[in-house]
Design a protein around this ligand. Structure first.
Ligand code: HAM
Length: 432
């Protein structure tokens, strides 16, 4: 293998050492907090039929999808996100469950994007999805759970909030076809506001003007906007409901002490959103990009041939969260004990000791050596706290020599009392 083959493909990473421990810690904390807030785990497949994402993932994500044929000619994709799979899994396996259904996942996703700081071709999402809740409590419960996770990690964050239901309703009212609506929202998402307005102008100049108006309103001005357009809007009651959801979401988050701001230009890249949408940004870190996003995707089930259902959820970009926290996460490296076994002693003897250490929650590894001194040096290099030495003499006496590798102090203890002894010594942090 030449030097180049040691690299993973562009945009993919080998995560090792301290960084791997940080990833594990963050995954576990996400799972722990999700479970504490009543979410259940789900493990969707990494590969799906391409058609699952084809219709509703949005222009941007469709362009960046890894698509391929398997050996039987099926058109498949590496998942660019997990929400489409969740909707499919709900229809196939969870439809009979009592609602609300609340699910979480820690899943890697793939997008063939141009790699840059915080943007990878394989990345990890921690996601929360709520099925069967119409009112804003579903949105808030997911968002609050995510916020608590970020709080536990010590990451200050804020919410940027919008509601595409209002934009869509406005366009529908002017007879703009659905695919054009999607395109206009895509352009707004890319901050190409003038282009978005001129696309609308081609259909209806009034639609262009109304959208321009909507994009300039603050949250406090939305009510008067709806009032001014009430004769134009085909579903004014829905728009009023969605506006109340938006205000309710923001006010409740503020009540909980989180910063939340309305941005009429927020539309998000995914085409399945039908209402409230939001993104997470960090406060006081140099990371400017979104660390997460979510929203309402009510009725996505009908796109897959199922009955209408209420859906809301979010996904956090765990790689970006780890980047934002830089080195502030402390993880324990190293080992509690290295079991140093002389080469002529049965390995099973050493493994039995590991078994007993495990029962006390002490981590260990086996080192088999001809010369005990070499084993002790290796144990130090592996950052073990204790070297548990079993030479010929210790083996025949049923004893173990325990060396504290930080102080260098060594004592001999009977095998039976070893785990308890270590456990206590470690707690009191001395060995003499
Ligand atoms: P999304 O905004 O496309 O939403 O992705 C969620 C988060 O994943 C982003 O905010 C970002 O932090 C992270 N992310 C996206 N692309 C990359 C990348 N190339 N490298 C590193 N991190 C990245 C969704 O995927 C929706 N499924 C969220 C959702 C769940 N909506 C409702 N339920």
């Amino acid at each position: 293998m030449g030097g180049k083959e040691y690299y993973p493909p562009r945009g993919l990473r080998d995560i090792v050492g301290r960084q791997a421990l940080v990833y594990e810690y963050v995954f576990n904390e996400f799972r722990r907090i999700s479970r504490l807030h009543g979410f259940q785990p789900v493990l969707p497949p990494t590969i799906e039929y391409y058609r699952l994402f084809e219709e509703k993932s949005g222009e941007e994500i469709k362009k960046t999808m890894y698509v391929f044929e398997d050996k039987a000619g099926r058109l498949l994709a590496l998942r660019p996100e997990v929400t489409a799979s969740i909707t499919r899994i709900y229809l196939r396996k969870l439809r009979g469950e009592v609602k609300p259904i609340k699910l979480y996942y820690v899943s890697q996703c793939f997008r063939y994007e141009e790699p840059q700081f915080g943007r990878y071709r394989e990345f990890w999402q921690g996601g929360l999805e709520v099925i069967g809740v119409k009112d804003v409590s579903g949105d808030l419960e997911a968002a609050f759970t995510a916020s608590r996770f970020l709080d536990v990690l010590g990451l200050k964050h804020k919410y940027i909030v919008g509601n595409v239901a209002i934009h869509r309703s406005l366009m529908r009212s002017y007879g703009i076809p659905l695919d054009v609506q999607d395109h206009v929202l895509h352009l707004i998402d890319k901050s190409m506001i003038d282009e978005a307005i001129s696309v609308l102008n081609e259909y209806n100049v009034e639609a262009g003007m109304a959208m321009k108006d909507l994009l300039s309103r603050s949250m406090d001005e939305l009510e008067s906007f709806i009032d001014e357009y009430k004769d134009v809007l085909v579903d004014v009651d829905r728009v009023i409901f969605e506006n109340e959801r938006l205000i309710g979401f923001i006010n409740n988050l503020r009540e909980l002490g989180y910063e939340a701001v309305y941005d009429p230009r927020l539309v998000r890249g995914l085409a399945y959103y039908t209402g409230l949408i939001y993104e997470y940004k960090t406060i006081g870190s140099k990371l400017r990009i979104s660390i997460g996003g979510g929203g309402r995707y009510d009725g996505l089930s009908t796109v897959y041939g199922g009955p209408y259902e209420y859906f809301t959820g979010l996904a956090l970009g765990l790689d970006r969260i780890i980047l934002a926290l830089e080195n502030s996460i402390s993880v324990l490296q190293g080992l509690d004990a290295a079991v140093i076994l002389s080469a002529d002693i049965p390995i099973s003897y050493g493994l039995k000791i590991k078994y007993r250490l495990e029962e006390y929650g002490l981590s260990s590894m086996i080192i088999v050596v001809r010369k005990i001194g070499k084993g002790v040096r290796l144990a130090s290099k592996k950052s073990a706290r204790f070297a548990l030495i079993i030479g010929k003499r210790e083996y025949s006496n049923g004893m173990i020599s325990v060396k504290d590798l930080s102080s260098g102090v060594q004592v001999e203890v009977p095998l039976e009392s070893l785990p308890f002894y270590l456990y206590v010594k470690q707690k009191f942090n001395s060995l003499d």
